[in-house]
Design a protein around this ligand. Structure first.
Ligand code: ZN
Length: 359
């Protein structure tokens, strides 16, 4: 395992991650077939938001590589989500990883609802890079065991230790797309949520932003990092709600929501005692967008229904989702369609349906 603390280590990380080959990356093979594949023009980047209950599981299709940004759930067999649903979703990720041939995993912070499905979803024998915002030992025995079998060996695990993060460390490449890690392991808190890695994945003029369970302090640090990445504030953006839409500890602040040119918001959640997202946070997103879609309802505060005319979606209301970044525009496809969805998920994706609630 490596802790990122030295310039040498940072250089190593950047080089290692640059190995994620795509149309814009240097050719890694001299075989004509590989070069031909590398030359295929990349016209979009697909970001899959899986419906895994109260948790988060995001998968990005890159040329020759899958990137998993968190995969975990504390929903279990309750909250309408059966173990079968979770198993079907992780089997889908495994199959997609095998088709891609290589895997990068990033865990935003060491809370189980962000990593406890990774050992099941991500084949260790295909995984050559694991980025952690919290130290490995904080991630539970099954996850630590999974990292002992990585294709990349123990050096595949890269920890962002306190005060040792810089955006230059996280040169995550995805073909012609770019992934900017704005912050990870924010210093000064003993809690895990504020340590969340905040990653913006961009393709052309379109972005999706993954903030983990960022608190207000994390969001402020990410906003400060945006000053050196001016493309981010002008890109058409889908913002994943911080901390599943919580409003505590300054999450989903007005300042954070206002930092983006918003085209949509997605909350990964299930109605539980946490009551994510809160209706107050949903109203903040509403106030930042003025899209005049057909009126529809978004679940908030547990089982409340908030009326909106903006592109606000939840995994509870909409099931699995696909955010397709096309460079000049973006679209969201949904398992269950509401007016913010461009259409249903492509049938070719063969994403598992959700079985009926047990209650
Ligand atoms: Zn969480």
């Amino acid at each position: 395992m490596k802790r990122i603390a030295t310039t040498a280590a940072r250089t190593l990380v950047a080089l290692a991650l640059a190995g994620c080959a795509g149309a814009g990356a240097p050719a890694r093979s001299t075989s004509p077939q590989a070069n031909a594949i590398g030359a295929v023009e990349q016209t979009s980047v697909d970001v899959w938001m899986l419906d895994i209950g109260q948790g988060s599981c995001v998968v990005v299709d890159c040329p020759g590589r899958l990137i998993v940004f968190d995969c975990g759930s504390s929903g279990g067999s309750s909250n309408e989500l059966t173990r079968n649903n979770t198993e079907a979703a992780t089997a889908w990720v495994r199959e997609r990883a095998r088709a891609a041939g290589a895997l990068t995993v990033l865990v935003s912070h060491a809370d189980a609802d962000h990593y406890n499905l990774i050992a099941e979803a991500a084949p260790a024998e295909l995984t050559d890079r694991v980025l952690l915002a919290d130290p490995l030992h904080m991630h539970g025995a099954a996850f630590v065991e999974w990292t002992s079998n990585l294709r990349g060996g123990e050096d595949a695990v890269l920890e962002f230790t306190a005060n040792a993060f810089s955006p230059a460390d996280s040169d995550l490449q995805c073909g012609n797309a770019r992934a900017d890690a704005l912050i990870a392991n924010l210093a000064g808190s003993a809690q895990t949520n504020p340590h969340s890695a905040v990653v913006a994945l961009s393709f052309g003029d379109t972005s999706v932003v993954l903030p983990g369970d960022a608190h207000g302090a994390t969001e402020r640090a990410a906003i400060a990092a945006m000053s050196s990445l001016p493309h981010l504030s002008s890109n058409q953006t889908v913002l994943i709600g911080s901390h599943h839409g919580a409003g505590t500890e300054g999450s989903n602040s007005q300042e954070w929501i206002g930092a983006w040119r918003l085209q949509g918001a997605i909350f990964s959640m299930r109605p539980t005692s946490y009551q994510h997202p809160t209706c107050e946070v949903v109203r903040r997103f509403d106030a930042a967008m003025n899209q005049r879609l057909a009126p529809h309802e978004v679940t908030c505060d547990g089982e409340e229904a908030h009326q909106t005319r903006d592109r606000i979606l939840t995994t509870h209301d909409n099931g699995h989702m696909l955010v397709r970044l096309r460079g000049d525009r973006l679209s969201i496809y949904c398992q269950r369609r509401t007016p913010g969805c461009a259409g249903r998920l492509p049938a070719a994706a063969r994403l598992p349906g959700r079985t009926a609630p047990t209650a």
